[in-house]
Design a protein around this ligand. Structure first.
Ligand SMILES: [Zn+2]
Length: 60
């Protein structure tokens, strides 16, 4: 994975930018994909609905 200089907005080969001399941090990992987040949200909603059903069933 390529490093990226935030100051110059360009890819950097080493640990320090050749243009501005700023140290470039380690490349960060990809953010959580939206599909995965959507799956988690769907699971939470489904489980909440199931718990609601269970409580409703137990109340009777
Ligand atoms: Zn730079």
């Amino acid at each position: 994975m390529e490093r990226w200089c935030e100051t110059c907005d360009r890819p950097v080969q080493g640990e320090v930018c050749e243009v501005c001399g700023e140290p470039v941090p380690e490349p960060t990992h990809e953010p959580v994909p939206w599909r995965w987040r959507l799956f988690i949200v769907a699971t939470v909603i489904y489980l909440g609905y199931r718990i609601y059903q269970l409580i409703h069933w137990l109340a009777h």
